[in-house]
Ligand binder design. Sequence first.
Ligand code: BTN
Length: 250
Amino acid sequence: MSDFDHIASQMPDPFRLLWRERVSSTNDELRALAEKGMAEGLVLVAEEQTAGRGRRGAEWFSPKGESLAFSVLLRPLDPKAFWHRLSLVAGLAVAEAVERFVPLAEIKWPNDVLIGGKKIAGILVEAGSDFVIVGIGINVNTDTFPEGLAATSLAIERGEDVPRGEVLLAVVERLAHHSNRLGGGFEGLLAGIRERCHLTGRRVTLTCAEKRREGVVRGIGMGGELLLECDGNIEQIVQADEVRLVAPKG
Ligand code: BTN
């Protein structure tokens, strides 16, 4: 019996759970199933990942039995031009879900989820020709992190362990609610994303189209892009390598 058996019957339609003891990466395993034609809504959760991946090819730290590592298969009905918004939408779903356990989660554009400035969850969205895999890692009951990682967990923030199944269910519920609002309904999600935006008002550096930019973040645009003020102009950043803070807010 896994920590997740009891939530399998509570998943919102069409989501359904597939539990694995050990996989390379839930994103890779789910992609293989998607390519064979698996229907939308499969949620693959693994106790252990031997090759869990973060963004920009980084290794993802996810200790067995303590953290949550899962991927969700979506086949969005919205036009492909809007699929990149799933990055932000997944960040919102995770932020809202963790707020059932701790107050005030923030989103560091595009989709790191932070509590008190420390990372509590990371998201890796990967698209195929007719599907999207949303891979989510959440520090649930992790109590120690490798040196140099500015990370926290739900258990550290609450002072007690949190049932991983409940966290997974909360994320899937929020994702089910938001994932078909990439086109028409996206405006309705922007308020939730903007109010949790960790970067607004902060000076950052980032690399975009191989050019290094430095400026002050002025918010999130109507399409989910980062609005960066550089030399008096507002630039719309759609995709960027790691965004680094260079100064405190103000
Ligand atoms: C990041 O912040 O760099 C993204 C981390 C994403 C980690 C999750 S864990 C489940 C899924 N499988 C993976 O190999 N990666 C994602």
